[in-house]
Design a protein around this ligand. Structure first.
Ligand code: SF4
Ligand code: SF4
Length: 135
């Protein structure tokens, strides 16, 4: 029987500021594998159900369908809209709430002392740079 999963929280220290800046600049490259299901799995669905007792199958489906943006990124997740993911964290799969790409994971795990930081993201032709992030 599927079980509910907890909603992983975002880092809320300076690392979280760096993470949000990086993901905004990157525009969600890692979401491209979300395809037409956004990684939605049993754990996420059970969690949503528990938070909304009495939700019918149809209502659950509608809850997700109405989050599909009018325009999504080409060749990316169906919930990847212009301003990022259109799902609340509580509606996402665990992998979406806890995944960090290699660069970000290395930064978080390094336990780096907060210091003024610049984030650079993109490929060589479309490099994007954040303002200086101050702890
Ligand atoms: S985790 Fe990495 S690849 Fe994914 S959106 Fe953030 S910076 Fe981009
Ligand atoms: S559900 Fe949201 S976070 Fe997950 S892959 Fe799709 S756009 Fe990215």
């Amino acid at each position: 029987m599927p079980t509910s999963s907890k909603v992983a929280s975002e880092p809320n220290d300076f690392a979280g500021i760096v993470v949000r800046a990086a993901c905004a600049l990157c525009k969600g490259v890692c979401c491209k594998h979300g395809d037409d299901n956004g990684y939605i799995d049993d754990g996420a669905l059970v969690r949503v159900r528990l938070a909304r007792p009495g939700l019918s199958d149809e209502a659950l489906l509608k809850l997700y369908l109405q989050r599909i943006p009018a325009a999504a990124y080409r060749d990316s997740c169906i919930f990847h809209g212009k301003k990022g993911c259109t799902l609340d964290r509580s509606m996402r799969a665990d992998i979406c709430n806890s995944y960090f790409c290699g660069g970000l994971r290395a930064y978080i795990d390094s336990g780096a002392v907060p210091e003024p930081t610049i984030v650079i993201a993109g490929d060589t032709e479309k490099m994007r740079v954040s303002p200086v992030l101050i702890p």
